[in-house]
Design a protein around this ligand. Structure first.
Ligand code: ZN
Ligand code: FE
Length: 755
C-alpha cells in the first residue's frame, strides 16, 4: 500500500485549548508520522500514512475536537513523502510570533470537578483546579503568545508534579497555562473589613461560609472580579446589602450549585437549562417558581430571577454547606466597573462588605457576569461579558482594521480584523471615570491580543461623549456615526446580511442628526448609509434626564402635547406638582425634543396607574409589560401615521389620547398595557409595509434596548412575519447599546472601501 503526506492547516480557536495534544493522540492512534505545531494563523500539521488513515484523521480533526476548540477552516494539500520517526508535537516557541485566538473564560469542567470532590485526589477542594478544557483565560492573559509567563500566573512556579503534567502531551493538563495545585498555586484568605487576615486556605472558606450563614455580606473574588455575596434566603441580609450598596430595587442575581437547585427556584425551559449549564455560565433571566425559597427582596416586583450556576470551583465550595442559594451581585458601587484587585476591593467596598474572601491569582481584566434571556425562540444576550468575550463574531466580508468605540451607556468596544469582529466584554457607563479607565485598558488589550492596528476610529455623533473625545485625541482618522444607524448596521452584520433593510430601532436615547434625541426610528439602509423613513413624533422631555427618572413628568408633557392646556382629569395628575413642569414645556425651557420609544412606555405606564418614578433603568416599562400577563390584545389602541417633513410620523399623541380615554373609562391597567403594545405593533407593521411598497425592501431589522421587552419583540416578529417580511434579530450581541461598537465598526469599514 502506498503512503501519502498531507500538509494540513487548521484555523479557528485551536490554541490554548488542548488542540495540539489532541492532534498528537489522533495521529498516533492512526500510526501516522509527521508533526503538529502552532502557527500565527492556527495549527499546522504534516501527516504521513495510508490514505484511508489520513482521510479518517481529517474527519476526526473536526468531529472529535476538544470542547473549547472552535475549528474554522481545514485546508489540506498533498506533498512529497518524507522519512521521519514518530509523530511529533512541536513547542510553539520554535515557530515565531503567534497570534492566538484567546478563548473566553470557561467554567470548571466535569473531569476537574470529579477530582475536586474526590478526597483521595491531590487537588481535593483546591479552588484553583483547572485543565486545558476549563479555567480562566481572557481575564488572566496579559500578553501574547498565550504562555504561562504572559498570564497572571507568572508569579507561581509549578511544582515537579504539575510541571510533569504540563509537559506530558498525553495529560489533560498539557500546556494548561494556569495549571497549579495546593503545593504551588494560589491560595485563599479571609480578610476582615479593617484589612487584617482572619483565616487562610480551607479555613478561610469555612469561615466565609459561617459568616454567610450568620447573615454577613462577603465580598468574594472570582474569575472576572469581585461579587458581593449574601445568603439569598436571608431577607435581612439582602435588605442590608441593598441599603449599603444603594441599590433600592434593581433585581439581584442568584447563584446555585446545579440544575436541580435551579429548578427549585425557576420554571425552566430546555433552552434555559442548556444556557445555565453551558461553559459560559451566564446569568439566565427565568420565570420565578412558586415556593422558590428566595427572599422577596432579591427581585421585588419582577416576575423573573437572574439565575446562574456555580462556575469557579470556589463557588461550589460556598454552596456545599447550609447555604443553598447565594445572592451574587457585582462587587462595585452602583454603576462603577467590578473590582478586580484585593487592595482595591477592600478600599472601594469598605462600608458594604463585612469581610473579603480573597485569593492571590491576579485578574488582569474585569469581566462581569453575562446575562442572557430566552426570547423569540432562542437564547439572546442582555449583557455579553464573561464566558463570551472575546470570542469573535464572524462577518460575511473581510476588510480593513477598524475600531468602534461604542455608546455612552452599556459601552463595549469592537475591533475588526479580516472577517472577524472582536467585541469587548461589557464595560459599562462611560460617564464614570473608573469605567473610562477600563475602556482604554480593554481596547488596548484587544488590539494587542489579536494584533490589530486600526486605521480608522468610529465614534458616536454626540460630540460630548468621553468615547468621542477619546477618539479625537488619537492620531488616526475618525468617523462619527449616528447611534440608530449603528444599531441597524450591527444587527445586519451579526446576521451576515448585506441589506438594505427596514430598521425598526427602538430605544431610550441616541443623538440625532437634527440634534434632537432620537429613539423611535424606522431607518432604511445598510452599513453604507441610511434614510430616516419614519419616527415617533418628537415631543418635549421636561428636564431632560430628570424626566427619565420620573415617568410622570413625561406623561404630563405628552398629555399637554396631545390636549393643549385643557388636560383630561386623570388620577395620577393629583399626586404631582404639575404647574412648574407645564411651564417648562410651554416655554420650551430645558425640554429637549425626543422621539424615544422608551419615554413613550414611561408616559403610558405613569398615566395608566403604573410607576411614577423609577429606581432602575426601564423599571416602568418592565412593569407595564408584566401587567399584560404575557398576552396581547387583538385590538390595539389606534395610532395614526401621517406624512410630515419628508417622512412618516407615528402619532404618539393619538396613542396618548387613546390611553387617557381608556383610563377615564375605567379600563384595567393590564388591558391598557395589552392594547398599547398591540397598537404599537400594528403601527410599526404598517410603516414597514409602506416602506416595502415604496422601496421594494422585504427585510426588517429589529434593534434597540426596547426589544428586551419580550411581548413587543415576539408580537412584532409575529406580525411582520404574517405580513411576509424576513425579520432579523440580534443573536450574539445584545439588542441594547452593547451592540453599538460593532455597528460603528462595520459602517467605518464601508467608508474605508469607498475611500
Ligand atoms: Zn478541567
Ligand atoms: Fe441604543
Amino acid at each position: 500500500m502506498s503512503s501519502e503526506r498531507w500538509k494540513i492547516s487548521v484555523s479557528g480557536i485551536v490554541q490554548g485549548v488542548g488542540f495540539r495534544p489532541f492532534v498528537y493522540r489522533l495521529a498516533r492512534e492512526r500510526a501516522l508520522t509527521g508533526f503538529v505545531a502552532n502557527t500565527s494563523g492556527g495549527v499546522a500539521i504534516e501527516a504521513q500514512g495510508q490514505t484511508a488513515q489520513l482521510e479518517d484523521f481529517l474527519v476526526a480533526l473536526r468531529k472529535e475536537a476538544p470542547p473549547l476548540a472552535q475549528v474554522g477552516e481545514i485546508v489540506s494539500i498533498s506533498m512529497p513523502t518524507r522519512q521521519d520517526g514518530e509523530f511529533a508535537l512541536h513547542h510553539s516557541a520554535t515557530f515565531g510570533p503567534v497570534s492566538t485566538l484567546i478563548s473566553p473564560d470557561v467554567a470548571v469542567c466535569a473531569l476537574c470537578l470529579a477530582e475536586f470532590f474526590d478526597p483521595a485526589d491531590h487537588r481535593f477542594r483546591y479552588p484553583f483546579i483547572n485543565c486545558t478544557n476549563c479555567g480562566p483565560r481572557y481575564t488572566i492573559v496579559q500578553r501574547i503568545p498565550y504562555d504561562r509567563p504572559h498570564t497572571t500566573m507568572h508569579g507561581f512556579v509549578m511544582c515537579a508534579a504539575c510541571q510533569r503534567e504540563y509537559d506530558d502531551p498525553a495529560n489533560r493538563r498539557f500546556h494548561a497555562q494556569p495549571n497549579c495545585c495546593p503545593d504551588c498555586g494560589p491560595q485563599l484568605s479571609l480578610v476582615a473589613a479593617d484589612g487584617h487576615t482572619v483565616a487562610e486556605r480551607d479555613e478561610a472558606l469555612n469561615e466565609a461560609v459561617r459568616r454567610l450563614v450568620a447573615g454577613e455580606i462577603v465580598a468574594v473574588k472570582g474569575i472576572g472580579g469581585f461579587h458581593l455575596a449574601v445568603d439569598a434566603a436571608n431577607s435581612q441580609a439582602v435588605k442590608c446589602l441593598r441599603q449599603r450598596k444603594g441599590r433600592e430595587a434593581k433585581p439581584l442575581a442568584v447563584m446555585v450549585a446545579d440544575l436541580l437547585a435551579a429548578r427549585r427556584i425557576c420554571r425552566l425551559e430546555p433552552l434555559e437549562e442548556q444556557a445555565l449549564g453551558s461553559q459560559a455560565r451566564p446569568i439566565v433571566l427565568a420565570t420565578k417558581k412558586e415556593g422558590h425559597g428566595v427572599a422577596a427582596e432579591v427581585a421585588p416586583g419582577y416576575d423573573q430571577f437572574g439565575l446562574m450556576l456555580a462556575y469557579a470551583p470556589l463557588h461550589y465550595l460556598l454552596l456545599q454547606g447550609p447555604v443553598r442559594a447565594l445572592v451574587m451581585t457585582s462587587g462595585n458601587r452602583s454603576e462603577e466597573p467590578i473590582c478586580i484587585e484585593n487592595d482595591e476591593a477592600v478600599q472601594r467596598l469598605a462600608g458594604i462588605a463585612d469581610c473579603f474572601l480573597l485569593h492571590d491569582r491576579p485578574i488582569h481584566l474585569p469581566c462581569d457576569d453575562s446575562v442572557v434571556v430566552l426570547q423569540s425562540g432562542m437564547i439572546r444576550q442582555v449583557r455579553r461579558s464573561r464566558g463570551f468575550a472575546p470570542k469573535p463574531i464572524v462577518l460575511a466580508e473581510t476588510g480593513g482594521m477598524v475600531l468602534g468605540v461604542g455608546a455612552e451607556l452599556k459601552n463595549t468596544v469592537c475591533l475588526l480584523k479580516e472577517n472577524q469582529a472582536f467585541c469587548s466584554q461589557h464595560i459599562g457607563d462611560l460617564k464614570n471615570l473608573e469605567a473610562y479607565r477600563v475602556f482604554q485598558q480593554s481596547l488596548g488589550q484587544l488590539a494587542a491580543l489579536f494584533e490589530i492596528t486600526p486605521t480608522l476610529i468610529v465614534h458616536d455623533l454626540h460630540p460630548q461623549y468621553l468615547s468621542s473625545r477619546w477618539a479625537k485625541e488619537q492620531a488616526l482618522p475618525t468617523l462619527a456615526v449616528q447611534h440608530h444607524h449603528a444599531h441597524l448596521a450591527a444587527c445586519l452584520a451579526e446576521n451576515r446580511h448585506e441589506g438594505p433593510a427596514i430598521g425598526i430601532i427602538l430605544d431610550g436615547a441616541g443623538y440625532g442628526l437634527d440634534q434632537t434625541i432620537w429613539g423611535g426610528e424606522v431607518l432604511l439602509g445598510d452599513a453604507r448609509g441610511y434614510q430616516r423613513f419614519s419616527a415617533l413624533e418628537s415631543l418635549p422631555l421636561p428636564g431632560g434626564d430628570a424626566a427619565v427618572q420620573a415617568p410622570w413628568r413625561t406623561a404630563l408633557s405628552y398629555l399637554h402635547a396631545a390636549y393643549g392646556a385643557e388636560l383630561p382629569d386623570l388620577p395620577f395628575l393629583a399626586d404631582h406638582a404639575c404647574g412648574p413642569i407645564l411651564i417648562m414645556v410651554e416655554k420650551g425651557v430645558n425640554s429637549p425634543l425626543t422621539s424615544s420609544c422608551g419615554r413613550l412606555f414611561d408616559a403610558v405606564a405613569a398615566m395608566s396607574g403604573g410607576r411614577q418614578t423609577i429606581q432602575y433603568e426601564a423599571q416602568a416599562a418592565i412593569e407595564l409589560m408584566q401587567a399584560a400577563g404575557g398576552r396581547l390584545d387583538e385590538e390595539g389602541f389606534p395610532c395614526e401615521v401621517y406624512p410630515e417633513d419628508d417622512m412618516l410620523k407615528i402619532s404618539v399623541r393619538s396613542l396618548i389620547r387613546a390611553v387617557a380615554q381608556a383610563v377615564q373609562a375605567g379600563m384595567a391597567h393590564s388591558e391598557i398595557s395589552r392594547r398599547f403594545h398591540a397598537g404599537l405593533i400594528s403601527a410599526f407593521t404598517r410603516v414597514a409595509e409602506e416602506a416595502r411598497c415604496r422601496e421594494k425592501i422585504n427585510t426588517v431589522v429589529l434593534s434597540g434596548g426596547v426589544f428586551q421587552n419580550r411581548l413587543l419583540l415576539e408580537g412584532l416578529v409575529a406580525s411582520l412575519e404574517r405580513a411576509g417580511f424576513q425579520v432579523l434579530r440580534h443573536k450574539e450581541l445584545p439588542c441594547n447599546d452593547g451592540c453599538i461598537s460593532l455597528g460603528q465598526a462595520v459602517i467605518g469599514r464601508q467608508a474605508l472601501k469607498k475611500g
